[in-house]
Ligand binder design. Structure first.
Ligand code: SF4
Length: 311
């Protein structure tokens, strides 16, 4: 996944394409804000920790890449991670990650991000830290030392050397039933957030979009189990594939799945409806028009009563 999860990540140094990003409805409309979103994350010469101005975070997000090897059990049609030249090592060097995170938190705290050319023109309100995201160039919960990384980030926060920050886990949900992953997530507080990907209401559509061996049934079961324990945020990305968006029938099924989760007891704080903002690796995948995204969000609100926003 990427921050903004891997779904919106690029490898450090890769070129971005701000022109493709749609301005987020409801955001202050200055030109600087429009172009700040949709840019690639900035690695600031780090290996594990990066900074990105995220639409869904509504500002500055510091991300921790838990997938140095770019490993993922999905192969989303809209994924921006270039896996032709995969990175090395599945484990995160926790000490190195901690040093990078503390260093970047320090830079942000002293207002030093503007020293970097990339952030020079970003409006000040977007440079306030909104979250530290556990994300990656793949699925973060597949990281063999995921639990250790979560504990380290919690430890850094507990030392209170920097202003308190929210932690957001951005996941495709497929490994939330793994014992160690569940144990680590339980350490997060109620103000932290778990964002779970749900891009489909049918297995057929999931096969087309996420292209994984993992079943929709499993994703839904894991989302339900997590949603019963704590509020979750559902992230749903609808791409235009070969010029076609999801069918009306698919959207009805997707909305029905959300309704079923809610009725079964999942606490869904919000549904984020969005599309492929930056150039994906797959050439025939584009941004779904905003009008269609808005119609999907409206349908979610009308049928399920859940809060749904377009990003
Ligand atoms: S393949 Fe999908 S789940 Fe995996 S990193 Fe890419 S967008 Fe995220």
């Amino acid at each position: 996944m990427s921050n903004d999860k891997a779904s919106t990540l690029r490898r450090p140094g890769a070129a971005g394409n701000a022109a493709k990003s749609a301005p987020r409805p409801g955001m202050p409309g200055g030109r600087g804000m429009e172009t700040a979103f949709g840019r690639p994350r900035n690695s600031l010469n780090n290996r594990f920790v990066y900074a990105v101005i995220s639409q869904r975070a509504r500002g500055l997000s510091i991300g921790v890449n838990l997938n140095p090897d770019q490993g993922c059990n999905f192969n989303c049609v809209y994924c921006e991670v270039d896996r032709d030249n995969p990175g090395k090592g599945k484990r995160v060097d926790v000490r190195g990650m901690a040093q990078e995170l503390e260093s970047l938190l320090g830079v942000v705290a002293e207002g030093g991000l503007r020293r970097f050319a990339w952030f020079r023109t970003v409006p000040s309100e977007l440079l306030e830290l909104k979250e530290v995201a556990l994300s990656g160039d793949g699925e973060p919960t597949l990281c063999p030392n995921f639990k250790e990384v979560v504990h380290e980030v919690l430890y850094i926060r507990s030392r209170a050397r920097f202003a308190h920050f929210k932690i957001v886990l951005i996941t495709n949900g497929t490994a939330l039933d793994v014992l160690e992953v569940g144990q680590a997530v339980r350490r997060l507080t109620n103000e932290d957030e778990v964002w779970i990907k749900l891009d489909a209401g049918t297995q057929r559509h999931m096969n087309q979009v996420n292209r994984s061996e993992v079943s929709l049934k499993k994703v839904l079961a894991n989302a339900l189990a997590m949603g019963k324990r704590r509020p979750i945020i559902i992230q749903s990305l609808f791409p235009l594939m070969d010029g076609k968006g999801p069918s009306p029938e698919e959207i009805e099924q997707y909305v029905r799945r959300l309704g079923e989760l809610k009725v079964a007891g999942a606490q869904i704080a919000m549904v984020q409806v969005y599309s492929a903002h930056r150039p994906p690796h797959h050439p025939n995948c584009e941004h779904l028009p905003l009008a269609e995204l808005s119609a999907i969000a409206r349908r979610v609100r009308t049928v399920t009563g859940l809060r749904a926003e377009v990003f």
